[in-house]
Design a protein around this ligand. Sequence first.
Ligand SMILES: C/C(=C\Cc1cc(O)c2ccccc2c1O)CCC[C@H](C)CCC[C@H](C)CCCC(C)C
Ligand SMILES: C[S@@+](CC[C@H](N)C(=O)[O-])C[C@H]1O[C@@H](n2cnc3c(N)ncnc32)[C@H](O)[C@@H]1O
Length: 252
Amino acid sequence: MASLAFSPPPPPRTRVIRSASSAGERQNLFNRIAPVYDNLNDLLSLGQHRVWKRMAVSWSGAKKGDRVLDLCCGSGDIAFLLSDRVGSAGHVTGLDFSADQLSVASARQGSHWNSCHNNITWVEGDALDLPFLDGCFDAVTIGYGLRNLIDKRNAMKEIFRVLKPGKRVSVLDFNKSTNALTMVIQEWMIDNVVVPVASGYRLRDEYAYLKRSIAEFLTGKELEELAKEVGFSKAKHYEIGGGLMGNLVATR
Ligand SMILES: C/C(=C\Cc1cc(O)c2ccccc2c1O)CCC[C@H](C)CCC[C@H](C)CCCC(C)C
Ligand SMILES: C[S@@+](CC[C@H](N)C(=O)[O-])C[C@H]1O[C@@H](n2cnc3c(N)ncnc32)[C@H](O)[C@@H]1O
């Protein structure tokens, strides 16, 4: 007589794909890449990211004595540029939700010897729920941050809330181009340069996420529309870095 014993089928073979689709997964991703983030940015952009960050700071309109906010500050590049710009009479707040990125920023602050980088405070917090009063900043910057936020509209509303009337936000990020050639070049660089280089650091999935995040991002026109919808009086998006990058400048 045939045995009635039932053996369940083996579980399907699964591959863990770190999709980074939730805020917690993204937080883990940025913690993982923190030790190599600065070096990889220099290597992958051939140092150009420093030029784009200077442009973003210049567009923010920050000046001596201002109180300014660098959102999604990561390891602090933009906050350090703002610090030089606002001087010792001003103050910079750098906010990020990755403790490991903030540790790198804080260590770099300690190692800067020739300027007033002691006018920076690092805050571990969520860009979607800012721990600041209404209208308390003279300028806000956010570099390579907005694209990584789950709720971009809410982020723009929060930025609008904490800015003083008449002041600006400068949003630097990858450009989601509508130009077919630029799109091809951007995707080619990520597939054939960025991801292979990052794979050498065992960060393949972390950098492969970049391509998807750009596809899910907003075009320059859409960013301008979003800024106007949440209340900004003026909004203009500039393509930079040969169209690979973009910078939205919006005035409250
Ligand atoms: C600035 C760069 C990356 C920032 C960055 C942003 C993110 O959201 C991430 C998310 C997850 C992991 C990592 C990151 C992350 O590193 C580097 C950008 C490199 C560009 C892809 C390529 C730059 C091309 C050229 C060498 C520049 C040529 C410019 C010329 C003026 C045409
Ligand atoms: C690509 S890095 C950019 C870092 C830095 N601004 C720069 O330009 O080099 C994106 C940063 O956004 C931070 N971030 C992402 N989502 C966030 C959120 N909801 N709140 C605060 N920080 C966030 C990440 O931890 C990460 O440090």
